[in-house]
Design a protein around this ligand. Structure first.
Ligand code: MN
Length: 153
């Protein structure tokens, strides 16, 4: 996907969000971040470092630690790696207007799968989210949706 869509949606003269992608930012171990985004609808943006960007999903409800609870995860545009450190206010009238705060952050290990296969199993090492989580793609009325599910460790 790349960052074209990310850049297209934002006016960097108005939003404090980071503009560029820098390769030097790439971490030794891939990172994940969950940003609580209090926008028109409160949601949690779940992002994982992959292929030089942050692959991203909007999770309408707080990610669960209970394997019995499935969370809907709606794919959103790739974000630059710098975005993992972003917290702040996106001004009114701008894309995603509202407050962004880091809810959890850490590293992860990919245990299996790929974006293209529509299934990823990740071992998360965050402060709140720990252990095996799966992200699984399904289609509903031609719309691409994913589920974020805690797996038994
Ligand atoms: Mn968001």
């Amino acid at each position: 996907m790349g960052l074209k869509e990310y850049k297209k949606k934002r006016k960097f003269s108005k939003t404090p969000e980071p503009e560029s992608e820098s390769k030097s930012k790439k971490s030794k171990k891939p990172i994940f971040v969950v940003q609580k985004h209090d926008a028109s609808n409160l949601h949690y943006d779940f992002r994982i470092e992959m292929d030089g960007v942050l692959k991203s999903w909007a999770v309408p409800k707080k990610p669960s630690k209970d394997p019995a609870v499935k969370r809907l995860a709606i794919p959103t545009e790739d974000h630059p790696l710098e975005y993992a450190d972003f917290e702040g206010e996106i001004p009114e009238g701008e894309y995603g207007a509202g407050t962004v705060e880091i809810w959890d952050k850490g590293t992860y290990k990919k245990l299996e799968g790929s974006m293209n296969s529509g299934k990823l199993v990740l071992d998360l090492k965050g402060k709140k989210l720990k252990g095996k989580y799966s992200l699984v793609n399904f289609k509903k009325k031609h719309k691409e949706l994913w589920l974020l599910i805690k797996m038994k460790d």
